[in-house]
Design a protein around this ligand. Structure first.
Ligand code: ZN
Ligand code: ZN
Length: 465
């Protein structure tokens, strides 16, 4: 018998990571991410699997981002009962993300059913509920970095630091096949060197096969150091004009990175003392996970936690959980910095802050994350003259500054350099996943030019190793 890899999701696209390793004696899944796209495809794609979930022995979860963890409740609803292996920090983050996702699924079904009722169409059910998400937490099992553990009869797993978000791990799967042992690296998602708070990504040696992401397979990032300098410059200008700085942010990692930079700028006296508000209960809960899992952070951050107040601002910092406290900011005329979600400005408290500040040119909106097509965030990035918020038109007079240097993914050069570092006489093939077709194709081309046997799988393609 042979070893087979089946690429079931997050293939030639970014979201919905899901790959299946079939060995002589077991079946192991790599990630069970949520496919994020149009509502029409969303339910169909996320509720159907290219295998029988009850036949799967174990799931390896790379990190807590929803495009990797978000479909675990569906998998369990459809019969998966194996252990889910991830790091302790990812387990804590996945808990928050999945409960939040369950609530989002329920709210979305409610919204759709309102429309369906008007048209006399049948009601829809949520993909999964908060209760389903709660149920799946019992299957999580934390595994430490650099420790080899047996996860099925013939597969051993070791985790390495991915340097992508808190708790993120690269996996090495060792499969015993007759007298041979085959080593497969799962390099999804790969972080960047010198990201605030995190360690640099680790290399895995002696791999026979490698699966690697390609989100930015053909793009180059600005250096991280520029992210901080730009942030300082824009904030100082806005405060000098007595304006407010609004930062739409994802609750996980980006919000904490921004806070970390603000804390550094305050300590270095490169920024005036202004009030900073983190206006997102989920981001606050996630920030607490950072405080609890300090050992997953880089040594500079661990030092700040052990000797001082930690890496986040203390003096000017307010964490806002209650809606009424969030609303109070609307009538506060002082210059301030507000960080709120959702990251792409499609929902959440950021909408109230945008509504309140967008028409005044002394205010600044700093975009620190990816904005997908057809989102309010994208229209801000495009500097549309008018934008719609809660069904009303607003003039976009505020300054919009895009800070592209914030990215938790390796860019083209870093991806190539990672593969070249792993390249040895054993490396037989590199599979490129987790990127749209253009990004994946270009990365494959660049790797092939360097003598690497790189390949872009099709969705649901099965390859014998
Ligand atoms: Zn990720
Ligand atoms: Zn991802």
């Amino acid at each position: 018998m042979s070893i087979v890899l089946k690429f079931c999701g997050g293939v030639r696209e970014v979201s919905g990571s899901n790959h299946l390793l079939i060995t002589n004696k077991s079946k192991v899944l790599l990630d069970a991410g949520l496919f994020q796209g149009r509502r029409k495809d969303y339910y169909k794609i996320n509720s159907k699997f290219a295998y029988k979930p009850f036949e799967i022995d174990a799931l390896v979860l790379s990190h807590a981002h929803i495009d990797h963890s978000g479909n675990i409740p569906s998998l369990i609803k459809r019969g998966f009962r194996g252990k889910i292996y991830t790091t302790a920090a990812s387990k804590a983050l996945a808990r928050l993300m999945l409960l939040d996702s369950g609530k989002i699924q329920e709210d979305d079904a409610k919204f759709v059913n309102k429309l369906h009722k008007r048209k006399n169409w049948p009601a829809v059910k949520p993909l999964y509920t908060k209760k389903d998400a709660e149920f799946c937490l019992r299957f999580f099992y934390s595994a430490g970095l650099h420790k080899k553990i047996k996860i099925t009869k013939d597969v051993q797993l070791s985790f390495f630091d991915a340097g992508h978000i808190l708790g993120s791990a690269l996996s090495c799967l060792e499969v015993k096949n007759n007298a041979r042992t085959i080593r497969i690296g799962y390099i999804v998602d790969l972080g960047r060197k010198n990201l605030p708070l995190l360690n640099n990504p680790e290399y895995i040696s002696n791999l026979d096969y490698l699966i690697i992401e390609s989100t930015y397979g053909n793009r180059l990032h600005q250096p991280i150091i520029e992210a901080k300098a730009n942030l300082a410059r824009v904030i100082m200008q806005t405060i000098a004009n007595s304006g407010k700085v609004i930062i739409p942010s994802f609750a996980m990692e980006r919000a904490q990175e921004v806070l970390c930079f603000l804390s550094q700028l305050l300590k270095e006296k490169k920024m005036m003392d202004v009030p900073i508000y983190l206006d997102s209960p989920l981001a606050i809960d996630i920030t607490d996970v950072f405080k609890k899992y300090v050992s997953f952070l880089d040594s500079a951050t661990q030092y700040l936690f052990n000797k001082y107040d930690g890496p986040f601002p203390v003096k000017n910092m307010t964490y806002i959980r209650k809606v009424k406290d969030s609303k109070m900011l609307n009538s506060d005329p002082r210059p301030m910095i507000i960080i709120a979600g959702s990251g792409m400005c499609e929902s959440g408290r950021i909408l109230h802050h945008l509504k309140n500040t967008i028409e005044d040119k002394k205010n600044t909106i700093i975009v620190v994350g990816y904005m997908a097509q057809n989102t309010l965030g994208k229209r801000l990035v495009e500097h549309s003259a008018d934008v719609r918020i809660y069904g009303e038109e607003y003039k976009l007079n505020a300054n919009v500054v895009v800070n592209n240097a914030f990215s938790a993914h390796a860019d083209r050069n870093a991806l190539i350099s990672y593969v070249m570092n792993c390249k040895n006489s054993n490396l037989k093939k590199v599979f490129v996943v987790h990127g749209d077709v253009e990004q994946g194709t270009e990365l494959v081309k660049h790797l092939q030019q360097r003598g690497v046997n790189a390949y872009l799988p099709e969705k649901n393609e099965e390859l014998v190793l």
